[in-house]
Structure formats: structure tokens, C-alpha cells
Design a protein around this ligand. Sequence first.
Ligand SMILES: Nc1ncnc2c1ncn2[C@@H]1O[C@H](COP(=O)(O)OP(=O)(O)OP(=O)(O)O)[C@@H](O)[C@H]1O
Ligand SMILES: [Mg+2]
Length: 174
Amino acid sequence: MSALLEARAVSKIFGGGLFDKRVTVALDAFSFAIESTPPRVTAIVGESGSGKTTLARLLLGLIGPTTGEVLYNGSDLRKLSHAERRSFLRDVQMIFQDPYEVYNPFYKVDHVLETPISEFKLASGAQARRALIHESLRAVGLRPDETLGRYPHQLSGGQRQRIMVARAVCCGRG
Ligand SMILES: Nc1ncnc2c1ncn2[C@@H]1O[C@H](COP(=O)(O)OP(=O)(O)OP(=O)(O)O)[C@@H](O)[C@H]1O
Ligand SMILES: [Mg+2]
């Protein structure tokens, strides 16, 4: 059985181009795998500049490796069909350390939960959507009446971060 998420000898080299001649080897033939069972938490630890964020961006398919490959359920991220890519983007959710940048200050925080629900059709009808939002917020220990209807700056940093966790929960439940 193939791993859930796997990096095979992944390297990422920045620069060396016309505009940035400096070459930075951000990641050098890095390999690791996360199996689907049993469920587990994997932490990537390293000093500043050691390539953690670069690895995260590669695993999310936001950037491509210079050499090597990133596989999700055995499929190379770069070779996913349109439908497989959509399912990958739904399954693999990013939770930012400082999610303030993710929020649009002009939208109530409800918006970050509503977007994936409509994008991935996780609920049909306003009532089912509301139920899923409430359930996901409670799952991360937030009270819907305390969080919904507010603007990002009206919440604490921890609440903002937990809404991002609720967003990931939403994608898993809908
Ligand atoms: N877009 C880029 N262009 C050029 N160099 C980059 C780019 N992104 C990252 N780097 C370089 O790649 C190396 C790894 O950076 P990365 O951001 O992955 O480190 P990190 O482990 O996340 O560090 P930190 O703990 O400080 O967040 C660093 O030397 C960085 O300067
Ligand atoms: Mg980083």
C-alpha cells in the first residue's frame, strides 16, 4: 500500500536565473513518508532557513520540486487530473500559524467557512450549511454565537487560528 503523503528525494533550488543569480539549495534530496494508518502527527523541526516552509509548500503542491517527486496516495502531485487535484485540495488543509493574512478584513469570519462549503458543495441548502458551520466550530471548542457575525479583528489570535482548524474540520465532514 502506498503512503498517504510521500516525498521522494525532493530537492528545491531557488535562484540561478536571469534575475536572481544567487543559488539557494532550500531542500536537498529530502525523503519521508506519512502512512495513512494509524493516524499520527508528524512534526518537522529544524533551524531557521532549514527548509520547513519550502517543504510545506512542496507538499501542498504550491511549488514544484526541482528534482524528486511528491506523491499523494501514490500519485505524483504534478500529474493529477483536474478532479484528483480538486479532491487533493479538499483533503489536504493548511492551518497557518498567523492566519490573519488569510482573512479578508472586509468580510465577516463566516466567509472563510462558507467558501469551502460552496466550493466543494459540502452542504446543500442554507440550513445544512449553517448546521455544518456550527458543528465544525463546536468541534474546535468555539461557540458559534461568539464567533459568527464578527470581523477578523474582533476575534483573538487563538480564535482566528481555531476557525482555520474548523475550516479543515468542515472539509472532512461535509
Ligand atoms: N522564493 C525563494 N527564493 C529564494 N530563496 C528562497 C525562497 N524561499 C526560501 N528561500 C531560501 O530557502 C531556504 C529555506 O527557506 P524556508 O523558508 O523553507 O526555511 P524555514 O525552515 O521555513 O525557516 P524559518 O524557520 O525561518 O521559517 C532559506 O535559505 C531561504 O532564504
Ligand atoms: Mg518557515
